[in-house]
Design a protein. Structure first.
Lengths: 364, 304
């Protein structure tokens, strides 16, 4: 056997398998990678009162990348990273543990458990526009901040959950108007949330909730937001993905206490009814009212801003060809009721909502 | 004095009352609760979170379900992601450390089952809401329930060693009963071997496989996608051409679509449960199969 043949045989028998193994095996495993999902929202709108270029027509509203995985026997870590046309932000990054009987702990950056609408991600909003009172109180997308929450399921015969939270000092910003930035050591913005749920029958539940989010501002003033909510929900067990309805109402007010001087800065409410009339079809109607509204619900600062006493009615219809996509057509009419000539915001919106990959189920 | 007598009497009655079950078991399906109760016997109380007439894919994750399992010792999941749309909320929401995933009290009942229709290659939702780990409706095959019974006996024995002998004996008895019943069901279904049928969803495949039937098609065009009139017409034409006469559906599916398809194909549609509790006749796993086999045999033989 020639030298070349021996060399070839040696390479074939010994070296090629080593190279092949090096290509197919790795000391870096992806088996414990987190579950990953992404949602994307696209919005088109038309409104005669919006005159700025770009304020009407199609736009990219938001994308959200979600990851979640078990860290170890004690902790689970989740993250939600949102992107819009101009920026990306770690909207939530938090760890939870269920290792303590009766109590669920959450630590990190997350939405505080305030009320009903305030805990929803944008893609889960039942109406394209958040209720006006949200941006006047805890923020359009809820109060997102670093902190620690403990949610205790009380031993009462019905589902009664008491959540206590403490958060980082934070100043008012474009996401929320809450001034909780007093540097004093005793300023720990805190949350108290009580949630009760009763089964009225096997298809219908009633939820009653109350929330208090309180802190001190740099001005030394005690600021707080209070909320109450009620939700009656019907999901026929025999047709749980075909029919059902949700009747929901929420009242929120933002107040401050400067020594003994009480100031109700803003308040408002909404009431909505959503009806599922087929596996692929939902529709809804919502009425709402905001008092002393200071946020700009037109999202268009140089156009007419609706503030003060504002009323709005919204109606929509949603088509869900599968669990992972949705098209929502919505009409909203808002007007001021301040005594003078009314200002109007009158718009039609069409939203496309897509989900790929793993997406954790939404809370009931 | 009378109050004192009454109090003593109450205490005596309380002492004479049998102790609570050793294991509190909760399951995601009625079939699993039925097996757990049979295997656990007097040592176990078993409840199911999903009613039999409820689509197990879409159970509303009500907080009352979390409350119901707050003190459970064992939770038995059907596995293969059938309950993946609601269990990720309900289990952590229970705040019960004993039944969290990874703990001894959390059981995946699909372990050891020979899973059908495991996808090969890429899983795409273009094919509908497919189950990436394979068909999770293994509880429509009686033989698979024997595997589950043995599995639960092992789990219960680990968690409650004092009664391990009873759990083992109960599982053995359950499996013997199942074998005897299965022989009878096979005999009833033998004349229909190879007969094609249409199901609403692919939740009857294990039954079809066990009893040598043939799946011709489904009422829904793809998993989780509702049928449209054109699809129903095309399927009906194909059924008529192939001589397929039977369409079966579950209580939680669209009966109208199934009836329309059967009518167009000049066949019949019948409602049968796939889960225990799906219909009043399906009180446990044995009566469930009694009812399914009896109903299919009757309709496949032309109602004779």
């Amino acid at each position: 056997m020639s030298y070349r043949i021996k060399l070839f045989a040696f390479i074939w028998v010994f070296l090629i398998p080593i190279v092949t193994n090096a290509q197919t095996r790795s000391i870096i495993s992806n088996l414990a990678n987190p579950a990953i999902g992404m949602s994307a929202l696209f919005l088109g709108q038309a409104a005669p009162n919006l005159s700025l270029p770009g304020s009407t027509g199609p736009s990219f509203q938001e994308a959200e990348i979600s990851v979640i995985s078990t860290v170890d026997p004690l902790w689970t870590l989740a993250g939600n990273f949102t992107f819009d046309a101009g920026s990306g932000v770690a909207e939530e990054a938090y760890a939870t543990t269920d290792s303590v009987p009766g109590i669920q702990f959450k630590v990190g950056e997350f939405r505080a458990a305030f009320g009903k609408h305030g805990i929803l991600h944008t893609h889960a909003f039942p109406f394209i526009q958040a209720p006006i009172i949200m941006s006047n109180s805890i923020g359009e997308e809820g109060f997102k901040n670093a902190g620690l929450e403990a949610a205790w399921m009380t031993p009462l015969p019905w589902y009664c959950e008491l959540t206590l939270g403490g958060y980082h000092q934070i100043e008012a910003d474009p996401d929320h108007p809450l001034n909780f930035n007093a540097a004093a050591m005793n300023n720990i913005p805190y949350l108290i949330h009580l949630k009760n749920l009763f089964d009225l029958d096997e298809n219908t539940t009633m939820e009653l909730g109350g929330s208090d989010l309180t802190g001190y501002g740099y001005d030394g003033v005690h600021h707080a937001v209070y909320g109450g909510d009620i939700t009656i929900r019907n999901v026929p067990l025999r047709q749980s993905n075909q029919h059902g309805w949700i009747l929901q109402g929420e009242y929120i007010k933002k107040v401050s206490y400067n020594n003994s001087l009480y100031d109700q800065e803003a308040d408002g409410w909404y009431a909505s009814f959503q009806y599922r009339w087929g596996q692929e079809w939902w529709s809804g109607v919502r009425v709402e009212e905001a008092f002393n509204s200071f946020s700009d619900i037109t999202d268009n600062p140089t156009d007419t801003s609706l503030s003060g006493h504002v009323q709005r009615a919204s109606v929509n219809v949603a088509w869900l060809p599968s669990e992972f996509s949705e098209m929502k057509l919505e009409y909203g009419l808002a007007q001021t009721a301040n005594g003078g000539p009314a200002q109007y915001d009158n718009r039609v919106m069409l939203q496309f909502n897509y989900i790929i990959g793993f997406h954790p189920p939404h809370a009931y | 004095m009378r109050t004192l007598k009454n109090s003593i009497l109450l205490i005596l009655v309380a002492l004479a009352t049998p102790a609570f079950a050793d294991l509190k078991v909760a399951t995601s399906l009625g079939d699993l609760a039925s097996i757990a109760q049979a295997v656990g016997g007097k040592h176990v109380t078993a409840i199911s979170l999903c009613k039999g007439y409820e689509d197990p894919h879409f159970v509303p994750a009500k907080p009352s379900l979390m409350k119901a399992i707050q003190n459970a010792d064992v939770f038995v999941s059907v596995g293969l992601e059938l309950d993946g749309g609601w269990l990720p909320l309900v289990i952590p929401g229970s705040r019960n450390p004993k039944i969290q995933v990874g703990q001894p009290g959390f059981v995946d009942a699909s372990e050891g089952v020979n899973v059908l229709e495991k996808p090969t290659g890429t899983v795409s939702r273009a094919e509908g809401d497919v189950h990436p780990l394979g068909n999770p409706h293994y509880y429509t095959d009686p033989k698979n329930l024997e595997i589950v019974a043995d599995h639960l006996a092992r789990i219960f024995s680990d968690l409650d060693p004092a009664n391990a002998a009873d759990y083992g004996a109960n599982a053995k008895e359950f499996n013997a009963h199942m074998e005897k019943a299965l022989a009878g069901w096979k005999k009833q279904m033998k004349p229909f071997a190879g007969t094609p049928i249409v199901t609403f969803h692919r939740n009857f495949d294990y039954f079809i496989d066990r009893f040598n039937l043939k799946l011709f098609g489904t009422v829904e065009p793809k998993p989780g996608i509702p049928p449209n009139p054109r699809y129903l017409s095309e399927t009906a034409q194909a059924m008529e051409k192939a001589g397929v006469k039977l369409v079966i559906y579950q209580p939680y599916y669209d009966a109208d679509a199934s009836k329309e398809l059967a009518k167009k194909a000049e066949g019949v549609s019948v409602e049968v449960p796939t889960e225990v509790g799906g219909m009043p006749e399906a009180k446990d796993v044995f009566s469930k199969f009694d009812f399914i086999v009896g109903t299919l045999a009757k309709n496949l033989s032309g109602g004779k």
